[in-house]
Design a protein around this ligand. Structure first.
Ligand SMILES: NC(=O)N[C@H]1NC(=O)NC1=O
Length: 174
C-alpha cells in the first residue's frame, strides 16, 4: 500500500486493512484513523503506540486479554484470526509434541492464574522452545513488570503486521 492510498482510506476501508494490527482491538485503528494524514508508515505506527501508552493499566491489560493463548483452544478449534494463525504456525506451535503442548497449556494457565491476563509474546520473533523458556522465566516477574513486557510484545506483533500490510504488495513503496 502506498502513502496516498493510506491517507485516502475512509474509516471502513481503514478497518478492513488495519483493524487487526493489534489482535482483536479494532478500537485502536478506529481511534488512530483520526490522526490522518500520516507522513509515513512509521507515523501511523507511532500513533498506535502513543494510543496504547496513553491507556490506563486496566486498558493495557484489556489489550492483553484480547490475545489468544499460544497453542490454546482457538488453535485447536481453528478459530484464531488469520494473523495469529500464521504467527503461531511460523513459531512451530501447530506441530507440537503431546508433551510440549501439555507443558505450554500448564504454564499458560499458571501464568493467567498469577497475573489475570494471558502470556503474550511475538511468536514470529521466537520459536516453540524459546516461548516455553520465556514463559518459565516471565512467570517469576511481578505484575507491573509483566504488563510492561506484554505490551512491548504487542507492539512487536503490531510492527510485523504493519510491515506485512505495507510491504506485501509493493516492497519499494513506503
Ligand atoms: N498469546 C500470544 O502471545 N498471542 C499472540 N502472539 C503472536 O505472535 N500472535 C498472537 O496471537
Amino acid at each position: 500500500m502506498d502513502l496516498h492510498t493510506l491517507n485516502t482510506l475512509n474509516y471502513e476501508e481503514f478497518f478492513e486493512h488495519f483493524g487487526n494490527i493489534v489482535e482483536k482491538c479494532p478500537l485502536i485503528s478506529g481511534a488512530v484513523w483520526s490522526r490522518r494524514p500520516f507522513s509515513s508508515a512509521l507515523e501511523l505506527e507511532s500513533s498506535v503506540y502513543e494510543f496504547i501508552d496513553s491507556l490506563p493499566s486496566s486498558g493495557q491489560e484489556g489489550i492483553l486479554r484480547c490475545h489468544p493463548d499460544l497453542a490454546g483452544k482457538e488453535l485447536i478449534s481453528r478459530t484464531l484470526t488469520q494473523e495469529s494463525m500464521k504467527e503461531q504456525n511460523q513459531a512451530g506451535l501447530t506441530s507440537l509434541s503431546q508433551s510440549e503442548r501439555e507443558t505450554l497449556t500448564l504454564l499458560n494457565s499458571q501464568y493467567k492464574l498469577k497475573f489475570g491476563f494471558p502470556f503474550v509474546i511475538c511468536a514470529k520473533m521466537s520459536d516453540k522452545n524459546k516461548i516455553i523458556e520465556a514463559l518459565r522465566s516471565r512467570i517469576q516477574n511481578d505484575r507491573v513488570e509483566e504488563l510492561g513486557t506484554g505490551i512491548a510484545e504487542v507492539k512487536k506483533i503490531c510492527h510485523l503486521r504493519l510491515q506485512d500490510i505495507f510491504f506485501k504488495t509493493c516492497p519499494t513503496r513506503l
